[in-house]
Design a binder for this molecule. Structure first.
Ligand code: KIV
Ligand code: ZN
Length: 503
């Protein structure tokens, strides 16, 4: 049995999902949960990309133990310096340098020759190695690169000190047999590779990322880069939960497994989904709400006789245990903080107090406070602590014979800003008013989504908004039993992210 290493790139490639921006506290909570999940390495960010990215990598490097922490860098001295600095406190740091090797990237994106690319790879890997004991090199767009040139790039990186070679299918172009063949070809022809760690990083543009990763492992790769819920650039990365369960359930065929504690999968998936503001499809393999649901009478009958008729894994193996202790208005802080832990959150005492107070407010209005409600409460708290603006008061007037008008006051530190504005309805008026306060004249509302977090008439309403401007796209989320309040919270949350990006 071979053990395959899992590198999770949710916080780096996953954050490249359009509209997804994790806050610092989201990243720290996620990294701690990934540690509990048992990943071998976490790619925590791209420190040269922004001050926030560098801070997040440093914080994770300081706080997370028991797995390697990796940071991304282009082949430039300043990127590599930023990665090395951010990883300073990591127990087992890895600098990950990359350079594209395909003709289309060399000519149109980098505008350099193959010789120049080889020189850059050698120089960058050598420099990274002088600052960090483990260096990974990725030839970006490997699957559309000339195979002999790819071998030369890999050989150059190894000669300069690379310990891990990661082969990316950057645009999700490859198909399983072909990708496996590329891995075998590289192992045979790229000098020195068979003594190094061979990793793969597959994108999902053709829906083949998981299949390509598994086939690569069968061809000799020993490490897979993937992301929780398959999030990532465009159609995303190979999904961590699918890879882990495909290897575990089909150990008989693949003769491979990982060291992942699969019972942490569902918890991790739900945490990432709520931090990313990105719902998992109902029919998503392993973690979708329907992954273990049986609809037809024939299937239900089979399941009652023997669950193996229609289930190839036990829901408990991914942490979907059936015990649901219901919290309500009589629950105390102890039971509440235990539930936080069960859901995978490691809030400090201030965070527990703040969210417990909100829990009590909600419990006073609802029969039972569910796990989804608690996730929403924690999210709102973590979203809020890094925000500039907080809601102070709001008043909205609207009716069928009048233009809606909003009056909103937001707190920023010790100051209170008040504005009013009209709109095409109460929510539009509130958003226009918030734009006035924040000076967000060029911000557009791209999407607005309202849903009940849980079932029942007393469910909390969750609003998700997506706004955009030339600073990029930002999502925001707000939860309340009052739809207008949830909308204002969501919008302020998105505006806070927009404000941070303008610093
Ligand atoms: O998809 C890709 O090629 C990447 C590299 C940086 C590894 O994300
Ligand atoms: Zn990628």
């Amino acid at each position: 049995m071979r053990y395959i290493e899992i590198l999770d790139t949710t916080l780096r490639d996953g954050e490249q999902t359009p509209g997804v921006r994790f806050s610092l506290s989201h990243k720290i909570e996620t990294a701690k949960q990934l540690e509990r999940l048992g990943v071998d390495a976490i790619e925590a960010g791209f420190p040269a990309a922004s001050k926030e990215d560098a801070e997040a990598v440093s914080a994770i490097a300081r706080e997370v133990r028991g797995c390697s922490i990796q940071a991304l860098a282009r082949c430039t001295k300043s990127d590599i310096d930023a990665a090395a600095e951010a990883l300073r406190d990591a127990e087992d740091p890895i600098i990950h340098v990359f350079l594209a090797t395909s003709p289309v990237h060399l000519s149109y994106k980098l505008k350099i020759t193959e010789d120049e690319a080889i020189a850059r790879i050698g120089e960058a890997v050598r420099y990274a190695k002088s600052l960090c004991k483990t260096v990974q090199f990725s030839p970006e767009d490997a699957t559309r690169s000339d195979r002999d040139f790819l071998c030369l790039a890999v050989k150059t990186a190894i000669a300069a000190g690379a310990d891990i070679i990661n082969v990316p299918d950057t645009v999700g172009y490859s198909v399983p047999e072909e990708f496996a063949d590329l891995i075998s070809y590289l192992l045979k022809n790229a000098e020195g590779l068979s003594e190094k760690k061979l990793s793969v990083h597959c994108h999902n543009d053709l829906g083949l990322a998981v299949a390509n990763s598994i086939c690569a492992v069968r061809a000799g790769a020993i490490r897979i880069e993937c992301a929780v819920n398959g999030i990532g650039e465009r159609a995303g990365n190979a999904s961590l939960e699918e890879i882990v369960m495909a290897l575990r359930v089909r150990r008989d065929f693949n003769a491979c497994d990982t060291r992942i504690n699969s019972r942490e999968i569902l918890r991790t998936s739900r945490m990432v989904s709520s931090f990313a503001g990105y719902d998992v499809a109902l029919n998503k393999a392993i973690v979708g709400q329907n992954a273990f649901a049986h609809e037809s009478g024939i299937h239900q009958h089979g399941m009652m006789e023997n669950r193996c008729t229609y289930e190839i894994m036990d829901p408990e193996d991914i942490g979907a245990d059936k015990s649901t202790m219901v919290l309500g208005k009589l629950s105390g802080r102890h039971a509440y903080s235990e539930r936080l832990e069960t859901l995978g959150y490691a809030l400090d005492p201030k965070g527990v107090d703040a969210t417990f107070a909100r829990f009590k407010e909600i419990a006073a209005k609802k029969v039972a406070v569910t796990d989804s409600d608690i996730r929403a409460i924690v999210n709102e708290y973590l979203d809020g602590i890094e925000g500039k603006y907080w809601i102070d008061t709001f008043q909205i007037q609207s009716g069928n014979h009048m233009k809606a008008m909003a009056l909103v006051s937001l707190k920023a530190g010790d100051e209170i800003f008040t504005e009013s504005a009209p709109g095409e309805g109460p929510i539009d008026a509130a958003f226009n008013t918030i734009n006035r306060i924040a000076g967000a004249d060029d911000v557009h509302l791209e999407s607005y989504n309202l849903k009940a977090v849980t079932e029942g008439a007393d469910a909390l309403g969750e609003v998700k908004v997506k706004i955009s401007s030339d600073r990029g796209a930002f999502t925001g989320r707000g939860v309340s039993a009052d739809v207008i309040k949830a909308s204002i919270k969501a919008y302020v949350n998105a505006i806070n992210k927009w404000t941070r990006a303008g610093k």
